[in-house]
Design a binder for this molecule. Sequence first.
Ligand code: AMP
Length: 284
Amino acid sequence: MVTIKIIKEIKEMQVYSNRLKQEGKTIAFVTTMGFLHEGHISLIRKGKKLCDKLVVSIFVNPTQFGQTEDFDTYPRGFEKDCVLLKQEKADIVFAPEAERLYPEQYQTYVNLLQLPNNLCGLSRPTFFKGVTTIVTKLFNIVKPDKAVFGQKDFQQLLIIRQMVKDLNFDIGIEAVPIVREKDGLAISSRNVYLSPEQKPAALTLYKTLEMAKKLVVSGEKKSAVIIDKASILIESFPETFIDYISICDPETLEELETVKSPALMALAVKIGTTRLIDNTILSF
Ligand code: AMP
């Protein structure tokens, strides 16, 4: 019978990881906020192949949510997640308590100077500080050899890679492509917030990216023209509010006036109260 070990205590996780290391075993790690879906599973399957043991964390990290954001209502489903992780043969679920990770008097944060000052970081000014802090803490607890992140959160992936380099973490960062629904919608835990009426608007994010890909292949290189067309398409749906649409350098995230190959096109759109992100690489 497949068993899965659930660890909630930080010390227990550290002891477990130390023991694996002493036995010469390697550890792959997938960080999640739970409410698992096909996107997470793709990371988990990749992680399974990379190392001897796979640890998956489930933790809705309060420090990456702004005061007006959806921390309290973020979808949670621990029991179901554990069943899924068992099916996927993950070895450990690490699900710490927020009070243990951030006790009273907590005062250390990890922050990057440049990459967060773009895209999502502009409207979510404390988000990446929360992400880099929790990922650092989880890396120190789980001690992975490899960690897997999704390209769905492209900026986050770049930031983690930079942080690992800057802070000399001895951890290989692996990326997994965006997993989409059949209709193209990027899978996200937040998709459950969408009403059936809002679904077509959500789908335009993907359609917009596909349109942009075709435009650059057919010779359009002015970012402003592509972004204009994208905005018109998205705003043709009710209840949509564009946070950003950006065509930028896929390494520095600096905006590009003229599309180069490859370029990153990334967008964040609020549909009603649900904020969705998506991205693609433009190339010609
Ligand atoms: P989250 O639980 O949303 O914090 O996501 C945990 C990890 O899963 C992150 O590395 C995400 O980039 C990744 N992820 C979430 N959704 C997808 C998706 N649709 N395709 C690929 N990776 C994803």
